[in-house]
Ligand binder design. Sequence first.
Ligand SMILES: [Zn+2]
Length: 253
Amino acid sequence: MRIADRWFETKRIDDRITLLWEPHVSRLDQCNMWHIRGRDADLLVDAGMGISSLKDAMAKLLDKPLIAVATHSHTDHVGSLHEFDQRLVHPLEAEQLNQPDEFPVLCSCHWPKGLRESIERQGYEVPDILIDAYPYEGFDPLAFRTQKTEPTRLIDEGDVLDLGNCAFEVLHLPGHSPGSIGLWEQSTGTLFSGDAIYDGPLLDDIEGADKCAYATTMERLRQLPVCVVHGGHDPSFGKQRLHTLIDQYLSSQ
Ligand SMILES: [Zn+2]
């Protein structure tokens, strides 16, 4: 397999938000990582696969304290979380952070029985190997495991992450996973939604998922005066698309 020129891609969304992603990771595990610049501190929403150092890739962006938040503890969102000093997650996700999957997450032939088929039924193509390049010579996808870590702070519904000139409220949005959270900025109508909602196949038939809780989360999201949603995967979208995605999900139940 070829060696990637660089592991992360970066896109400036506006004067304070930067999107990072891993283009060589298969869509299923290609997570959006959001860097939000604040006055006193910056925020990082999700931390990718951990295949290559996110902290190194972000070096130019890091000029003040960084609050790294995992919207939930799935492999594709927490891989590089251990690299950061401040690691925030919901209490219901903390244990999983410390006990990542023991199977080779990058090699679907070695996943637990039935997992690949289940993910495919839910709308994803699952290749044998979930990357199309190596980050460096000698990288071994079969040996790769997510690095375990401990949260430094637990966050739950109603907590506020204050960056000095702006603030994000924690919304507990269970369904995809028990402790899935979103970060909501009321003043701009901006929602970082993690995997609670994004513009792609939503996963509600995986370990830890709860379809009933998911439906309640969808109803809640419908009430938010949203301007823009930056999801855990796929492109960002506005209120109208949010409502369409919610309706699609609820009518498929
Ligand atoms: Zn997830």
